[in-house]
Design a protein around this ligand. Structure first.
Ligand SMILES: *[C@@H]1O[C@H](CO)[C@@H](O)[C@H](O)[C@H]1NC(C)=O
Ligand SMILES: *[C@@H]1O[C@H](CO)[C@@H](O)[C@H](O)[C@H]1NC(C)=O
Ligand SMILES: *[C@@H]1O[C@H](CO)[C@@H](O)[C@H](O)[C@H]1NC(C)=O
Length: 719
């Protein structure tokens, strides 16, 4: 770990040369501190080579400002009224998520964004004496560099050749000092890994739960101050959609816990809490969840929720009053969870380990459980929740029907719009407004992402006012979005084109469509791990020497998260090899990325049982593909049959609903987009028979010619 790889050196040097001021302490510092030590030869040599001599040293007001959140954090790290202990910190880590490690934390949990301005996932390290860096996922590096000010160095967290957090800190602190961070906001595994590496480098890591929150709450600039927690109460999710009482769910969990050798578990993931208790809240931006913890033991069910967040019907349903048995719930204050775990009387407590999207329990939760009681295992709720029962499956179908109406309405509307007025952001707003017209709509299931032309070449593209492109008629438009409805969750991606597509675009689209068809028609042994099904989807792309960096698919929740464990369809996965089960919902989202344009299609598939040993899929998403972009000659008969059958289902299922909602023009549009395609075999027979006729004609013409020639030669026709 001591040697720093070459790429890191170059990246460090480049960022340093662009951002010289960042690592220097503000010139006005009252207590002079030694300069953070960098590897001695690197910055000078490489910086000199990288920096054109004519360029004046860049000014970086952000790194020397005294009022920015970054500067205030540096002061707080050395101020005992913030640290609330006798310790000062030389470095501080800022994590992205909330106490449940949610994928999309709510506004009042976005500490990383407050400190850095970066709204995506990542981890930041801030040095008290100046210097700040952030580690973001691979796909976000370019955007992070463009977003963050010169006070920040940006690293690719997924690239093992780049400097890791611990080394970066140790190098600058001269391998001496103390690092603080909030252990409630990162996973146990990540915390342990970081803490161990820091220790090996001579640094000590400490849990500091309140420093950053206090700083944010006391922020003098009201526009930046920490928003209030949502006061919207959680409501019951009705039996019509759940198909199972919370008591039966608790019994099922207890049974699993018993089999796993635990007598209790901490439920930390918010979608698990909502599923288990049959409640839905409004605390997260893209999922109907309540911020709460639950502890399930053989004797009790304890709910930890902020006061006043459970509606009366919920309190009644959960039997929270005078609870002394194991079939009612005790409600405690949200913040009591840590202290309660410390004095838990159970002997083995399951602490959720991290899965794929669900990151498991936080370090603070895990560390609150006495060491000899900890049992790190995947939460059994993952599997119970993923396998939708009949009521949930019905709900999903209803949600997808409404979503199909919304999407058909949208696509028809956009097609007829004056393109001169359309931009990526205006289209995204139209998508959200169109979904709102559907009954039972709760909110978006993800931030709607619209990409036109070259924007579509970036799988992680998110339009910002700065990058917002106008929509022209000469390239593809990708629309990725999803909806939360009372009954279920949807997510869908379609690619459209408003002009005459080139052959290159049609080829890309058709290959992606073939990938969609390949997975949808797969029938496989039920023992097949989902990750191993990925090559089936990718074969059409691989044949064209193309691939995409993201998974093909993942689980989808029922009125829960749009991305849920356990399955992920990604050939790069070599852990978490879970199989499909009947009742799972998964996405299928293959894509084709070119520098000038992109194509991405995404459907949700329901996993169905084909026999006792085999599974297959049925499309839950019922939204037409774009006929104009399909190169029929590239499809096999098998694929054409699949497409025709899919289109038939859209007509049969979505058609009546469009008529019922009085959307006649949308109905006409849908009918036109779902026209039957003639299978190739029939078409070929026709062409080949006409070809035979042609050849016979040519042949007879040639023979006539030959005869004429012979007659001429022989003089018989000399007239
Ligand atoms: C809960 O348990 C108590 C005592 O064991 C019992 O009297 C009551 O009927 C149970 N309630 C339900 C809803 O199962
Ligand atoms: C599409 O049209 C716009 C406006 O005419 C033009 O700026 C752009 O370069 C064109 N893109 C392609 C790929 O032809
Ligand atoms: C039907 O689709 C074709 C192309 O697929 C298009 O040319 C035609 O204008 C459409 N008709 C209507 C009524 O939308």
């Amino acid at each position: 770990m001591g040697k720093v790889p070459a790429t890191a050196v170059v990246i460090l040097a480049v960022t340093l040369s662009v951002c010289q001021g960042a690592r220097l302490p503000p010139p006005t510092t009252t207590t002079p501190m030694p300069l953070p030590t960098l590897l001695p030869s690197r910055p000078t040599t490489v910086t000199a080579a990288e920096e054109p001599p004519s360029l004046a040293p860049p000014v970086c007001p952000d790194s020397t400002s005294t009022t920015s959140p970054l500067a205030r954090l540096r002061v707080a790290m050395r101020n005992s009224s913030f640290t609330q202990m006798n310790a000062f910190f030389d470095a501080f880590l800022v994590f992205f998520s909330d106490e449940h490690l949610s994928e999309e934390p709510s506004a009042e949990e976005r500490r990383l964004e407050y400190i850095s301005g970066w709204e995506g996932a990542g981890t930041a390290a801030v040095l008290a004496d100046g210097g700040a860096a952030i580690w973001v996922p691979s796909g976000d590096v370019t955007r992070a560099i463009a977003t963050l000010t010169c006070a920040w160095q940006v690293f690719d967290a997924d690239d093992p050749n780049q400097q890791p957090i611990a080394e970066w800190i140790a190098e600058r602190l001269n391998r001496r000092g103390r690092v603080g961070g909030d252990a409630r906001l990162t996973s146990y595994t990540d915390w342990q890994t970081l803490s161990t590496s820091l220790q090996q480098l001579g640094l000590q890591m400490m849990h500091v739960p309140t420093l950053l929150d206090q700083l944010w709450t006391e922020e003098p600039d009201p526009s930046r101050r920490r928003p209030d927690f949502s006061k919207i109460v959680a409501n019951l999710h009705h039996g019509e959609y759940t198909g199972m009482s919370w008591r039966d769910k608790v019994s099922a969990v207890r049974e699993d816990l018993h089999a796993m050798g635990a007598d209790a578990m901490v439920v930390t993931a918010l979608d698990e809490v909502a599923w288990l208790l049959n409640i839905r809240g409004r605390d997260l931006p893209y999922a109907p969840l309540l911020k709460a913890f639950v502890v399930v033991s053989a004797r009790e069910v304890r709910v930890y929720a902020p006061p006043g967040k459970l509606s009366m019907p919920v309190r009644e349903a959960l039997a929270v009053y005078n609870c002394y048995t194991n079939n009612c719930t005790r409600v405690n204050d949200y913040t009591n969870i840590y202290a309660d775990l410390r004095r838990a009387t159970e002997s083995k407590i399951l602490i959720p380990a991290s899965g794929t999207f669900q990151r498991g329990a936080s370090a603070a939760i895990a560390q609150s459980v006495p060491q000899n009681k900890r049992l790190f295992l995947l939460s059994p709720i993952i599997y119970l929740k993923a396998q939708k029962n009949e009521a949930e499956a019905n709900g999903m179908r209803k949600a997808h029907l409404r979503d199909a109406v919304a999407m058909c309405t949208l696509l028809n509307y956009l097609e007829k719009q004056n393109k001169a007025t359309m931009s990526e952001i205006s289209v995204a707003l139209t998508v959200d407004m169109t979904r709102e017209t559907q009954a039972g709509y709760v909110g978006a299931a993800m931030k709607t992402r619209v990409a036109f032309g070259p924007s579509g070449s970036d799988p992680d593209y998110r339009a910002t006012p700065h990058s917002n492109r106008r929509v022209f008629t000469n390239s593809t438009l990708i629309i990725r979005s999803g909806g939360q409805y009372d009954e279920g969750t949807t997510v869908v991606t379609r690619t459209v084109h408003y002009g005459v597509p080139t052959k290159e675009v049609r080829r890309g689209y058709t290959i992606v469509l073939r990938a969609v068809a390949a997975l949808a028609t797969l029938q496989a042994p039920s023992s097949l791990p989902a990750a191993h099904a990925d090559p089936v989807a990718r074969t059409p792309l691989w044949a064209a020497k193309q691939d995409y960096v993201h998974p093909t698919g993942h689980g989808v929740g029922a009125a829960l998260n749009r991305r849920e464990d356990p399955v992920v369809i990604d050939y790069r996965q070599d852990v978490n090899l879970h199989t499909f089960r009947e009742g799972y919902y998964v996405t299928s989202e293959p894509a084709w990325y070119e520098p000038k344009f992109g194509v991405r299609l995404g459907n949700v598939l329901e996993v169905i049982s084909k026999s006792s040993m085999y599974i297959g899929f049925r499309e839950a998403t019922l939204i037409p593909f774009e006929p104009k972009l399909i190169e029929r000659n590239m499809l096999t008969d098998y694929e054409i049959h699949w497409l025709n059958a899919y289109n038939d289902r859209i007509r049969k299922i979505v058609g009546p609903e469009l008529k019922d909602q009085g959307l006649t023009d949308v109905y006409m549009w849908m009918m036109n987009k779902t026209n039957r395609i003639e299978p190739l075999a029939t078409a070929k027979k026709q062409t080949s028979s006409s070809a035979t006729n042609n050849r016979a004609l040519e042949l007879s013409c040639a023979m006539v010619g030959l005869l004429l020639y012979l007659y001429q030669r022989s003089g018989l026709l000399a007239m």
